[in-house]
Ligand binder design. Structure first.
Ligand code: NAP
Length: 309
C-alpha cells in the first residue's frame, strides 16, 4: 500500500494551482481527475478577466497552459478516475475510486461544481437532443437555429453572447426584471440584435418528438402561459458543488459547499478544499488558483508540523 504525501482531487484551475505549489514544496503531488484536466472553465469560450492576458483567451487555452506548467514541475496526473468516497482512518486518507483505493496523508478537494438542472418536464428527456449545458461544446450544432438560454447570471449572458454568433435568434428567459450578470455583459447582450430578453418569465416545459421542438413559457407578472417553437435550450441556472465524496467527513453549508477557513482547512484535519467546491465568496479562475496555492501551502504545513505531533 503506497501512502502518498498529498493527493489532489480535481484538475481544474484550483487543483492544478495546488499541484504547482505542492510540487515546488517537494510533496510529489498526484492529481486524480475524473475526466481530462481543465474543469468547467475549459468549456468557457472566452476569458477576458484573468490577469496577465490582456487579449483574453479561451478557457481551454488557459487550462492547457496550467497543465503544461504542472508538467514542467513533474506533477503526476491520473485522468478518468472517479473518486467516489474519501475516508480517514488513523491519520491516513483512503480514496475509494472506480480503479481501486488510493492512500494519502493529506488531501485537497478541488472537484469544482457542475451545472445545475432546472428540474422541469422534458429537461432530462431532451438532454443531448436540444437541451445543453455547454455552449462551447454544442453551440456550432445550432447554426441558423432559434434557441433559448435560461438564467440571468454571468454564465447565461456571456454564453448567450457567444451563441449569438451561430444562431438565427436567441431568447434569454429570466425569472426577474433585472439581470444578475455584470453590467458590461448586460450592455453587450442588450445591444446584440439577435438577443431578445423575456423578463419575468419561467421556462415550464420542453416538448418535442426526437428533438426539442417547443417550449412552454410562463410570464409570472401577467400569469400568462404561451408555447413557442424553438430548436434548442441552454441552461445556465447556477452550479452545484461536487462535494458528495466527502459528505461524511466535512462540514458544509446548506448549498453543499465545503466550509473552509482562510487557510482552506476543512473541519477534518489534513483535508483541504479549494475553488468552487468550497464556500468561496467569488467563483472565478483567479480565486480558484489562489485557493489552490493556499491549500497546498497549508497541506505542507500540516505535514511538516501537525501530522508529526
Ligand atoms: P449564478 O450567478 O448563480 O446565476 C444563476 C442564474 O440562474 C440567476 O440569474 C438565477 O436567477 C437563475 N436561476 C437560478 N435558479 C433558477 C430557477 N430555478 N429558475 C429560473 N432561474 C433560475 O450562476 P452563473 O451565472 O453560472 O455564475 C456562477 C458564478 O460564476 C458567479 O459567481 C459568476 O460571477 C461566475 N462567472 C463569472 C464569469 C465572468 O467573470 N465572466 C462568467 C461566468 C460565471 P436570479 O438572478 O433571479 O437569482
Amino acid at each position: 500500500m503506497k501512502i502518498r504525501d498529498l493527493i489532489i482531487i480535481g484538475a481544474g484551475p484550483a487543483g492544478m494551482s495546488a499541484g504547482i505549489y505542492a510540487a515546488r514544496s517537494a510533496l510529489s503531488p498526484l492529481i486524480i481527475e475524473s475526466q481530462m484536466p481543465g474543469g468547467q472553465v475549459a468549456l468557457t469560450d472566452f476569458i477576458e478577466n484573468y490577469p496577465a492576458f490582456p487579449n483574453g483567451m479561451s478557457g481551454q487555452e488557459l487550462t492547457k497552459l496550467m497543465e503544461e506548467q504542472c508538467n514542467n514541475f513533474n506533477v503526476e496526473f491520473m485522468n478518468f478516475i472517479q473518486v467516489d468516497f474519501v475516508e480517514k482512518e488513523n491519520k491516513i486518507f483512503k480514496l475509494k475510486t472506480n480503479q481501486g483505493d488510493f492512500f494519502a496523508k493529506t488531501v485537497i478537494v478541488a472537484t469544482g461544481a457542475s451545472p445545475a438542472e432546472l428540474g422541469i418536464p422534458g429537461e432530462r428527456e431532451f438532454k443531448g437532443r436540444g437541451v445543453s449545458y455547454c455552449a462551447t461544446c454544442d453551440g456550432p450544432l445550432f447554426k441558423d437555429k432559434d434557441i433559448l438560454v435560461v438564467g440571468g447570471g454571468d454564465s447565461a449572458v456571456q454564453e448567450a453572447i457567444y451563441l449569438s454568433k451561430f444562431v438565427s435568434s436567441l431568447k434569454i428567459v429570466h425569472r426577474r426584471d433585472k439581470l444578475r450578470a455584470r453590467k458590461m455583459l448586460q450592455e453587450k447582450a442588450i445591444k446584440n440584435p439577435k438577443i431578445d430578453i423575456l423578463w419575468n418569465s419561467n421556462l415550464l416545459e420542453i416538448k418535442g418528438k426526437d428533438l426539442v421542438e417547443r417550449v412552454v413559457i410562463f410570464n409570472n407578472k401577467t400569469n400568462q402561459k404561451r408555447e413557442i417553437r424553438i430548436d434548442g435550450v441552454f441552461m445556465y441556472v447556477g452550479f452545484k458543488p461536487s462535494s458528495s465524496l466527502v459528505r461524511n467527513l466535512v462540514e458544509m453549508d446548506k448549498l453543499g459547499r465545503i466550509i473552509t477557513d482562510h487557510k482552506m482547512r476543512t473541519s477534518t484535519t489534513g483535508l483541504f478544499a479549494a475553488g468552487d467546491v468550497r464556500n468561496t465568496p467569488l467563483r472565478q479562475v483567479v480565486t480558484a488558483v489562489s485557493d489552490g496555492a493556499i491549500a497546498a501551502i497549508s497541506a505542507e504545513e500540516y505535514l511538516e508540523y501537525e501530522l508529526k505531533q
